[in-house]
Design a protein around this ligand. Structure first.
Ligand code: PMT
Length: 315
Protein backbone atom coordinates (compact mmCIF):
# COMPACT_ATOMS: atom_id res chain seq x y z
CA UNK A 1 0.00 0.00 0.00
CA UNK A 2 1.16 3.58 -0.69
CA UNK A 3 2.33 5.59 2.29
CA UNK A 4 -0.76 7.07 3.99
CA UNK A 5 -2.03 10.35 2.58
CA UNK A 6 0.83 10.61 0.08
CA UNK A 7 0.07 11.17 -3.60
CA UNK A 8 0.22 7.91 -5.59
CA UNK A 9 3.52 7.44 -7.42
CA UNK A 10 3.25 7.87 -11.20
CA UNK A 11 -0.49 8.49 -10.83
CA UNK A 12 -1.29 4.82 -10.02
CA UNK A 13 -4.12 4.26 -7.54
CA UNK A 14 -3.46 1.82 -4.75
CA UNK A 15 -4.99 -1.66 -5.23
CA UNK A 16 -6.84 -1.13 -1.93
CA UNK A 17 -9.27 0.99 -3.94
CA UNK A 18 -11.45 -1.53 -5.81
CA UNK A 19 -11.72 -0.82 -9.55
CA UNK A 20 -15.39 -0.35 -10.61
CA UNK A 21 -16.43 -2.90 -13.26
CA UNK A 22 -17.67 -0.23 -15.71
CA UNK A 23 -14.53 1.95 -15.69
CA UNK A 24 -13.51 0.97 -19.25
CA UNK A 25 -16.98 1.81 -20.63
CA UNK A 26 -16.92 5.17 -18.86
CA UNK A 27 -13.45 5.92 -20.22
CA UNK A 28 -14.65 5.20 -23.76
CA UNK A 29 -17.77 7.35 -23.29
CA UNK A 30 -15.76 10.32 -22.01
CA UNK A 31 -13.09 9.92 -24.70
CA UNK A 32 -15.78 9.99 -27.42
CA UNK A 33 -17.48 12.99 -25.77
CA UNK A 34 -14.17 14.86 -25.52
CA UNK A 35 -13.13 14.03 -29.09
CA UNK A 36 -16.49 15.18 -30.52
CA UNK A 37 -16.56 18.50 -28.67
CA UNK A 38 -12.81 19.08 -28.89
CA UNK A 39 -12.93 18.76 -32.68
CA UNK A 40 -15.69 21.39 -32.77
CA UNK A 41 -13.52 23.74 -30.69
CA UNK A 42 -15.87 23.59 -27.72
CA UNK A 43 -14.38 23.73 -24.21
CA UNK A 44 -15.16 20.84 -21.88
CA UNK A 45 -15.46 21.03 -18.09
CA UNK A 46 -15.45 18.05 -15.76
CA UNK A 47 -17.50 18.89 -12.65
CA UNK A 48 -17.29 16.67 -9.59
CA UNK A 49 -20.26 16.99 -7.25
CA UNK A 50 -21.65 15.48 -4.05
CA UNK A 51 -19.99 13.57 -1.25
CA UNK A 52 -18.16 10.24 -1.30
CA UNK A 53 -19.23 7.27 0.79
CA UNK A 54 -16.68 5.12 2.66
CA UNK A 55 -17.83 1.59 3.58
CA UNK A 56 -17.04 0.06 6.97
CA UNK A 57 -17.81 -3.54 5.89
CA UNK A 58 -17.23 -5.20 2.49
CA UNK A 59 -20.84 -6.41 2.40
CA UNK A 60 -21.78 -2.88 3.29
CA UNK A 61 -24.45 -2.15 5.83
CA UNK A 62 -22.75 0.90 7.33
CA UNK A 63 -20.67 3.67 5.81
CA UNK A 64 -19.30 7.16 6.56
CA UNK A 65 -20.46 9.96 4.29
CA UNK A 66 -19.10 13.38 3.40
CA UNK A 67 -21.45 16.32 3.57
CA UNK A 68 -22.52 17.83 0.20
CA UNK A 69 -25.99 18.25 -1.30
CA UNK A 70 -24.56 18.56 -4.82
CA UNK A 71 -26.22 21.94 -5.32
CA UNK A 72 -22.93 23.75 -6.06
CA UNK A 73 -22.01 21.24 -8.76
CA UNK A 74 -25.48 20.97 -10.31
CA UNK A 75 -26.14 24.71 -10.56
CA UNK A 76 -22.58 25.37 -11.81
CA UNK A 77 -23.18 22.81 -14.59
CA UNK A 78 -26.11 24.90 -15.85
CA UNK A 79 -24.02 28.10 -15.91
CA UNK A 80 -21.15 26.35 -17.72
CA UNK A 81 -23.64 25.07 -20.31
CA UNK A 82 -25.00 28.62 -20.71
CA UNK A 83 -21.40 29.80 -21.25
CA UNK A 84 -20.97 27.35 -24.15
CA UNK A 85 -19.10 24.52 -22.41
CA UNK A 86 -19.81 20.82 -22.75
CA UNK A 87 -20.07 19.26 -19.28
CA UNK A 88 -19.01 15.89 -17.86
CA UNK A 89 -20.99 15.71 -14.62
CA UNK A 90 -19.30 13.21 -12.26
CA UNK A 91 -21.70 13.15 -9.34
CA UNK A 92 -22.81 11.18 -6.32
CA UNK A 93 -25.76 8.88 -7.06
CA UNK A 94 -28.99 10.72 -6.11
CA UNK A 95 -27.31 14.05 -5.32
CA UNK A 96 -28.75 17.18 -6.96
CA UNK A 97 -28.81 17.12 -10.77
CA UNK A 98 -28.75 20.05 -13.24
CA UNK A 99 -32.25 21.46 -13.98
CA UNK A 100 -34.03 18.73 -11.95
CA UNK A 101 -32.41 20.28 -8.82
CA UNK A 102 -34.97 23.08 -8.95
CA UNK A 103 -37.72 20.61 -8.10
CA UNK A 104 -35.92 18.43 -5.58
CA UNK A 105 -37.92 17.57 -2.51
CA UNK A 106 -41.24 17.82 -4.39
CA UNK A 107 -43.33 14.67 -4.35
CA UNK A 108 -43.89 13.60 -7.98
CA UNK A 109 -47.51 12.65 -7.25
CA UNK A 110 -48.23 16.18 -5.97
CA UNK A 111 -47.16 17.62 -9.35
CA UNK A 112 -49.71 15.67 -11.40
CA UNK A 113 -53.47 15.89 -11.82
CA UNK A 114 -55.99 13.65 -13.54
CA UNK A 115 -58.19 15.56 -15.99
CA UNK A 116 -61.82 15.42 -15.17
CA UNK A 117 -63.84 12.83 -17.19
CA UNK A 118 -60.80 11.22 -18.85
CA UNK A 119 -57.65 9.27 -17.98
CA UNK A 120 -55.23 12.00 -19.06
CA UNK A 121 -52.60 13.09 -16.57
CA UNK A 122 -51.48 16.73 -16.66
CA UNK A 123 -48.80 18.69 -14.85
CA UNK A 124 -49.78 21.17 -12.17
CA UNK A 125 -47.54 24.06 -13.18
CA UNK A 126 -48.18 25.91 -9.93
CA UNK A 127 -46.26 23.23 -8.06
CA UNK A 128 -43.42 23.32 -10.63
CA UNK A 129 -42.58 27.01 -11.23
CA UNK A 130 -41.01 27.78 -14.67
CA UNK A 131 -41.27 24.12 -15.65
CA UNK A 132 -41.85 24.79 -19.38
CA UNK A 133 -38.73 27.00 -19.65
CA UNK A 134 -36.55 24.65 -17.57
CA UNK A 135 -37.73 21.56 -19.48
CA UNK A 136 -37.08 23.26 -22.83
CA UNK A 137 -33.49 24.13 -21.81
CA UNK A 138 -32.85 20.63 -20.44
CA UNK A 139 -34.14 18.96 -23.60
CA UNK A 140 -32.04 21.27 -25.79
CA UNK A 141 -28.90 20.41 -23.79
CA UNK A 142 -29.68 16.70 -24.15
CA UNK A 143 -30.46 16.96 -27.86
CA UNK A 144 -27.16 18.79 -28.46
CA UNK A 145 -25.27 16.10 -26.50
CA UNK A 146 -23.72 18.68 -24.19
CA UNK A 147 -24.14 16.93 -20.83
CA UNK A 148 -22.52 13.59 -20.02
CA UNK A 149 -23.63 12.21 -16.68
CA UNK A 150 -21.50 9.74 -14.68
CA UNK A 151 -22.37 8.50 -11.18
CA UNK A 152 -20.29 7.41 -8.20
CA UNK A 153 -21.21 6.36 -4.68
CA UNK A 154 -18.06 5.15 -2.94
CA UNK A 155 -14.66 6.78 -2.59
CA UNK A 156 -13.08 4.01 -4.73
CA UNK A 157 -15.53 4.64 -7.56
CA UNK A 158 -14.90 8.38 -7.35
CA UNK A 159 -11.11 7.98 -7.50
CA UNK A 160 -11.09 5.54 -10.43
CA UNK A 161 -13.72 7.41 -12.45
CA UNK A 162 -11.95 10.74 -11.89
CA UNK A 163 -8.68 9.20 -13.07
CA UNK A 164 -10.39 7.72 -16.16
CA UNK A 165 -12.08 11.04 -16.93
CA UNK A 166 -8.89 13.02 -16.45
CA UNK A 167 -6.89 10.81 -18.78
CA UNK A 168 -9.61 10.93 -21.43
CA UNK A 169 -9.92 14.73 -21.19
CA UNK A 170 -6.18 15.37 -21.10
CA UNK A 171 -6.12 15.08 -24.90
CA UNK A 172 -7.94 18.43 -25.00
CA UNK A 173 -4.96 20.15 -23.37
CA UNK A 174 -5.78 23.63 -22.06
CA UNK A 175 -9.31 23.40 -23.55
CA UNK A 176 -10.30 21.15 -20.61
CA UNK A 177 -11.27 22.45 -17.17
CA UNK A 178 -11.56 20.46 -13.93
CA UNK A 179 -13.99 21.92 -11.37
CA UNK A 180 -13.58 19.75 -8.28
CA UNK A 181 -16.54 20.68 -6.11
CA UNK A 182 -17.12 17.19 -4.66
CA UNK A 183 -16.54 16.65 -0.95
CA UNK A 184 -14.06 13.78 -0.93
CA UNK A 185 -13.36 11.69 2.15
CA UNK A 186 -9.90 12.16 3.67
CA UNK A 187 -10.12 8.81 5.50
CA UNK A 188 -10.89 5.23 4.50
CA UNK A 189 -10.53 1.60 5.58
CA UNK A 190 -8.35 -0.41 3.15
CA UNK A 191 -10.18 -3.37 1.56
CA UNK A 192 -7.69 -5.80 3.11
CA UNK A 193 -8.51 -4.54 6.63
CA UNK A 194 -12.28 -4.33 6.27
CA UNK A 195 -14.49 -6.96 7.95
CA UNK A 196 -16.53 -8.90 5.39
CA UNK A 197 -19.77 -9.16 7.37
CA UNK A 198 -21.89 -6.70 9.30
CA UNK A 199 -20.07 -5.48 12.44
CA UNK A 200 -21.90 -6.92 15.44
CA UNK A 201 -23.09 -4.46 18.06
CA UNK A 202 -23.15 -7.38 20.55
CA UNK A 203 -19.32 -7.08 20.53
CA UNK A 204 -19.64 -3.73 22.33
CA UNK A 205 -18.48 -0.20 21.38
CA UNK A 206 -16.77 0.12 18.02
CA UNK A 207 -13.24 1.44 17.57
CA UNK A 208 -11.94 1.86 14.04
CA UNK A 209 -8.68 3.15 12.60
CA UNK A 210 -8.84 4.77 9.19
CA UNK A 211 -5.99 5.43 6.75
CA UNK A 212 -5.41 8.74 4.97
CA UNK A 213 -6.70 8.95 1.40
CA UNK A 214 -3.95 10.03 -1.04
CA UNK A 215 -4.32 13.65 -2.19
CA UNK A 216 -5.63 13.08 -5.67
CA UNK A 217 -5.06 16.63 -6.87
CA UNK A 218 -1.39 15.84 -7.09
CA UNK A 219 -1.46 13.09 -9.78
CA UNK A 220 -4.32 14.90 -11.55
CA UNK A 221 -2.16 18.01 -12.06
CA UNK A 222 1.18 16.23 -12.56
CA UNK A 223 0.33 13.02 -14.41
CA UNK A 224 -3.27 12.67 -15.60
CA UNK A 225 -4.07 16.05 -17.19
CA UNK A 226 -0.96 18.24 -16.90
CA UNK A 227 -2.06 20.88 -19.45
CA UNK A 228 -5.62 21.36 -18.17
CA UNK A 229 -7.09 24.27 -16.17
CA UNK A 230 -7.69 22.88 -12.67
CA UNK A 231 -9.88 24.38 -9.94
CA UNK A 232 -10.14 22.82 -6.49
CA UNK A 233 -12.48 23.83 -3.66
CA UNK A 234 -11.62 24.42 -0.04
CA UNK A 235 -14.33 24.10 2.59
CA UNK A 236 -13.73 25.13 6.19
CA UNK A 237 -15.96 25.80 9.16
CA UNK A 238 -13.44 28.26 10.71
CA UNK A 239 -13.28 31.36 8.47
CA UNK A 240 -10.00 32.52 10.07
CA UNK A 241 -7.97 29.68 8.50
CA UNK A 242 -9.73 29.56 5.11
CA UNK A 243 -7.44 31.73 2.98
CA UNK A 244 -4.24 30.25 4.41
CA UNK A 245 -5.52 26.77 3.59
CA UNK A 246 -6.46 27.83 0.07
CA UNK A 247 -3.01 29.39 -0.54
CA UNK A 248 -1.37 26.32 0.94
CA UNK A 249 -3.27 24.10 -1.54
CA UNK A 250 -2.11 26.26 -4.48
CA UNK A 251 1.52 26.13 -3.27
CA UNK A 252 1.35 22.36 -2.78
CA UNK A 253 -0.35 21.31 -6.02
CA UNK A 254 0.55 24.18 -8.41
CA UNK A 255 -2.88 24.20 -10.04
CA UNK A 256 -4.70 27.29 -11.29
CA UNK A 257 -7.27 28.31 -8.64
CA UNK A 258 -9.00 27.44 -5.38
CA UNK A 259 -12.60 28.40 -4.63
CA UNK A 260 -12.61 28.94 -0.86
CA UNK A 261 -15.86 28.76 1.11
CA UNK A 262 -17.12 28.52 4.67
CA UNK A 263 -19.90 26.03 5.40
CA UNK A 264 -22.44 28.51 6.86
CA UNK A 265 -21.95 31.30 4.29
CA UNK A 266 -21.22 29.25 1.14
CA UNK A 267 -24.42 30.23 -0.66
CA UNK A 268 -23.60 33.95 -0.61
CA UNK A 269 -19.83 34.36 -0.33
CA UNK A 270 -16.73 32.68 -1.78
CA UNK A 271 -13.17 33.77 -2.53
CA UNK A 272 -11.52 32.70 -5.79
CA UNK A 273 -7.81 32.46 -5.01
CA UNK A 274 -5.16 32.18 -7.75
CA UNK A 275 -1.36 32.42 -7.39
CA UNK A 276 -1.55 36.13 -8.35
CA UNK A 277 -5.04 37.26 -7.31
CA UNK A 278 -7.80 36.97 -4.74
CA UNK A 279 -11.39 37.81 -5.78
CA UNK A 280 -14.21 38.02 -3.24
CA UNK A 281 -17.56 37.10 -4.78
CA UNK A 282 -20.53 38.27 -2.73
CA UNK A 283 -24.26 38.20 -3.38
CA UNK A 284 -25.86 41.57 -2.60
CA UNK A 285 -29.37 41.93 -1.15
CA UNK A 286 -30.48 42.97 -4.65
CA UNK A 287 -28.95 39.75 -6.11
CA UNK A 288 -30.79 37.67 -3.52
CA UNK A 289 -34.07 39.46 -4.33
CA UNK A 290 -33.54 38.70 -8.03
CA UNK A 291 -32.66 35.07 -7.19
CA UNK A 292 -29.11 35.39 -8.59
CA UNK A 293 -27.01 32.42 -7.47
CA UNK A 294 -23.39 32.61 -6.32
CA UNK A 295 -22.48 29.87 -8.85
CA UNK A 296 -23.28 32.30 -11.68
CA UNK A 297 -20.56 34.63 -10.34
CA UNK A 298 -18.10 31.78 -9.76
CA UNK A 299 -18.56 30.39 -13.28
CA UNK A 300 -18.29 33.85 -14.86
CA UNK A 301 -15.01 34.50 -12.99
CA UNK A 302 -13.53 31.11 -13.91
CA UNK A 303 -14.56 31.06 -17.58
CA UNK A 304 -12.80 34.43 -18.03
CA UNK A 305 -9.70 33.08 -16.27
CA UNK A 306 -9.86 29.95 -18.44
CA UNK A 307 -9.86 32.12 -21.61
CA UNK A 308 -6.70 33.88 -20.42
CA UNK A 309 -5.11 30.54 -19.55
CA UNK A 310 -5.90 29.14 -23.00
CA UNK A 311 -4.45 32.20 -24.71
CA UNK A 312 -1.25 31.74 -22.73
CA UNK A 313 -0.98 27.96 -23.18
CA UNK A 314 -2.22 27.12 -26.66
CA UNK A 315 -3.26 23.43 -26.46
O1 PMT B 1 -22.84 20.50 -2.50
P1 PMT B 1 -23.17 21.73 -1.68
O2 PMT B 1 -24.07 21.40 -0.52
O3 PMT B 1 -23.72 22.86 -2.54
O4 PMT B 1 -21.80 22.24 -1.03
C1 PMT B 1 -20.73 22.59 -1.84
C2 PMT B 1 -19.39 22.30 -1.15
C3 PMT B 1 -19.31 23.07 0.15
C4 PMT B 1 -19.25 20.80 -0.87
C5 PMT B 1 -18.27 22.78 -2.16
O5 PMT B 1 -18.37 24.15 -2.37
C6 PMT B 1 -16.86 22.47 -1.61
O6 PMT B 1 -16.27 23.26 -0.89
N1 PMT B 1 -16.27 21.29 -1.97
C7 PMT B 1 -14.96 20.82 -1.47
C8 PMT B 1 -15.18 20.26 -0.10
C9 PMT B 1 -13.93 19.87 0.66
O7 PMT B 1 -14.05 19.56 1.80
O8 PMT B 1 -12.81 19.84 0.06
P2 PMT B 1 -11.46 19.30 0.85
O9 PMT B 1 -10.95 20.39 1.74
O10 PMT B 1 -11.69 17.95 1.45
O11 PMT B 1 -10.56 19.09 -0.37
C10 PMT B 1 -9.99 20.16 -1.07
C11 PMT B 1 -9.79 19.78 -2.51
O12 PMT B 1 -8.84 18.70 -2.55
C12 PMT B 1 -11.06 19.35 -3.20
O13 PMT B 1 -11.26 20.11 -4.38
C13 PMT B 1 -10.83 17.89 -3.54
O14 PMT B 1 -11.16 17.65 -4.91
C14 PMT B 1 -9.32 17.68 -3.35
N2 PMT B 1 -9.04 16.41 -2.67
C15 PMT B 1 -9.69 16.05 -1.54
C16 PMT B 1 -9.41 14.82 -0.93
C17 PMT B 1 -8.44 13.99 -1.53
N3 PMT B 1 -8.15 12.82 -1.02
N4 PMT B 1 -7.81 14.36 -2.63
C18 PMT B 1 -8.07 15.55 -3.19
O15 PMT B 1 -7.44 15.90 -4.18
Amino acid sequence: MAESGVAPAGGELDEEFAVPSHVDDVTEQIAAFAAGHGAGGRRVVLITSGGTKVPLESRTVRFLDNFSSGRRGASSAEYFLDAGYAVVFLHRHRSLYPYARMYSGINLLDTLQIKRDCDQVVVNQQVLPNIAKVLQRYQQVKEDGLLLSIEFSTLSEYLHLLKAAAQALSKLGSQAMFYLAAAVSDFYIPASEMPEHKIQSSNGPLQITMEMVPKILSPLVKDWAPRAFVISFKLETDASILLDRARNALDTYSHQAVVANVLDTRRGYVVVVTPETQAELILTDEDVRKEVEIEELIVSNLTAAHSQFMNKHQS
